[in-house]
Ligand binder design. Structure first.
Ligand code: CMP
Length: 140
């Protein structure tokens, strides 16, 4: 079933010039980019986005990192998009990620892991609406 998910090329991915590489890997697996923009998040915006993690010990460091430089925000559409994106990204910790995944190939640490993808339909709905309004999404 066609589904939507939110992905972010994180500040480390933008710094390492991996924007095109990340999008290419999604498009090669038949995911469609239906919304796309760049932003430099404030710490407040990063805290709002990651509010489910607000009690975690890494919350402050994560939100400082996510507001440390511009990011690329995108909505991807396709069959089973949420699971598909997570497979292409690989495990959160690059040392656990499968060969050929984005995080195995490019990430430096569990925090600076290049890319984000929604982990459930509920979170995908929240995350897409956090950054995009209906007029900015071009479903096809
Ligand atoms: P992401 O998929 O964006 O979801 C939450 C993020 O928190 C995760 O990727 C990592 O960047 C970060 N993260 C998760 N676990 C840890 C951890 N143990 N230490 C530091 N950062 C973490």
């Amino acid at each position: 079933m066609a589904e939507r998910t939110l992905s972010i090329v994180k500040p480390d991915g933008v710094r390492k010039n991996l924007v095109g590489e990340v999008i290419k890997r999604f498009e090669e697996e038949a995911l469609k980019v239906v919304a796309l923009k760049m932003a430099h998040l404030t710490k407040d915006q990063a805290q709002g986005f990651y509010h489910v993690h607000r009690e975690r010990p890494f919350f402050d460091s994560l939100t400082t990192f996510m507001s440390s430089g511009p990011v690329v925000l995108m909505v991807l559409e396709g069959d089973g998009a949420i699971k598909k994106v997570r497979k292409i990204m690989g495990a959160t910790n690059p040392s656990d990620a499968e060969p050929g995944t984005i995080r195995k190939d490019f990430a430096d640490s569990i925090e600076e892991n290049i890319v984000h993808g929604s982990d459930s339909p509920e979170n995908a709905g929240f995350e897409i609406n956090y950054f995009f309004n209906a007029l900015e999404i071009f479903g096809r």
